[in-house]
Design a protein around this ligand. Structure first.
Ligand code: HEC
Ligand code: HEC
Length: 220
C-alpha cells in the first residue's frame, strides 16, 4: 500500500515534469541549433576550451580529485549546457562560475558540454562505512511519502536521465551534500526545476543526506 502511494506520487511527479520539460526545453535547443553560422571553423574545439578555461579546476577529463569542484566527466550533455546557460544568465547564482560562463558564446557552451559529456564517466569513490551506505541506498531507492526516491528521476543507477536529471553516480559526496543545501533552505527560486528538488530533499535529515551522498558517490 505504502509502496503504491510512493509510486503513484513519483509517476505524477514525472508526468508533471515531462509537461514542464516539453514546454520549456526544446524551444531553447532549437534556437541554439539554428544559430550555427559558417563561423564554426574559427570556434575553438570543446577540448581546447576545456584545456584553457576549465581544466585547472575540473580537470581536462572532468575527473578532478578535488572535492571543492564537481566532476563533469560523463555528465549529461544537456545538463552541462543548461547549467552553463543558467550561470551565464544568473539564474544559478555563483560568482566564480558566472565569470567563467560569461566568457563563453552559445557555441562554446555546446562544444565544451560535448567534450565533458564524452569523457569516461566519473570515477567512483572507494568503499565507506557499510551502515552509512545501506542507509543511503534506502534513501536513493525507496524514499518515503513526501520525498520520492532519487532513482525515480536520476535513474536506477544514478546515471542521469536527459535532459535535466543530472548524473549523480561517482560524484564527490561533498559536492552532493553542498549542492542540496540551497534546495532545503531557500524559500523562493526563479527555476521551476528547483522546486522539484526542494520538495524531495526538505523531508530528509542531515544524516540521510550525508548517507545518500556517500551511496551515490560509490556508484559506477
Ligand atoms: C576557478 C575554478 C573553476 C573554473 C576555472 C571553472 N569552474 Fe566550473 N565550477 C567551479 C565550482 C566551484 C563549481 C560549483 C558551483 C556551484 O556550487 O554552483 C563549478 C560548477 C560547474 C558546473 C555545474 C556542475 C554540476 O554538476 O552542477 C559546470 C557544468 C561547470 N562548472 C562547468 C565549467 C566549465 C565548462 C568551465 C570552463 C569554461 C568551468 N566550469 C571552469 C569552479 C570552476
Ligand atoms: C521528482 C524528480 C527528482 C527526484 C525524486 C530527485 N531529484 Fe535531484 N534533481 C531533480 C531536478 C529537476 C534537478 C535540477 C534542479 C535545478 O535545476 O535546480 C535535480 C538536481 C539534483 C542535484 C544537483 C545536481 C548538480 O550536479 O548540480 C543533486 C545533487 C540531486 N538532484 C540529488 C538528488 C538526490 C540525492 C535525490 C534523492 C534524495 C534526488 N535528487 C531526487 C529532480 C529530482
Amino acid at each position: 500500500m505504502q509502496l503504491f502511494r510512493l509510486n503513484s506520487r513519483a509517476v505524477r511527479c514525472g508526468l508533471w515534469l515531462a509537461a514542464l520539460i516539453g514546454g520549456l526545453g526544446p524551444t531553447a535547443d532549437l534556437a541554439s541549433a539554428q544559430a550555427q553560422p559558417a563561423a564554426a571553423a574559427r570556434t575553438p574545439s570543446g577540448q581546447a576550451i576545456a584545456q584553457a578555461r576549465c581544466a585547472a579546476c575540473h580537470g581536462l577529463d572532468g575527473n578532478t580529485r578535488d572535492p571543492a569542484y564537481p566532476k563533469l566527466a560523463g555528465q549529461l550533455e544537456s545538463f552541462l549546457a543548461l547549467q552553463l546557460r543558467n550561470y551565464k544568465s544568473g539564474e544559478r547564482p555563483h560568482p566564480v562560475m558566472a565569470a567563467m560562463a560569461q566568457q563563453l558564446s552559445d557555441r562554446d557552451i555546446e562544444r565544451v558540454a560535448r567534450h565533458y559529456a564524452s569523457q569516461a564517466p566519473m570515477r567512483h569513490e572507494g568503499p565507506t562505512d557499510a551502515a552509512l551506505l545501506a542507509r543511503g541506498e534506502f534513501v536513493f531507492k525507496v524514499g518515503k511519502p513526501g520525498a520520492p526516491a532519487c532513482q525515480y528521476c536520476h535513474g536506477p543507477a544514478g546515471q542521469g536521465v536527459a535532459p535535466v536529471f543530472a548524473r549523480l553516480a561517482g560524484q564527490h559526496p561533498e559536492f552532493i551534500v553542498a549542492s542540496l543545501q540551497p534546495y532545503r533552505k531557500e524559500s523562493a527560486f526563479a527555476n521551476p526545476y528547483a522546486y522539484v528538488m526542494k520538495a524531495v530533499v526538505q523531508e530528509w535529515s542531515d544524516d540521510d543526506i550525508r548517507a545518500v551522498a556517500a551511496y551515490v558517490g560509490s556508484l559506477r
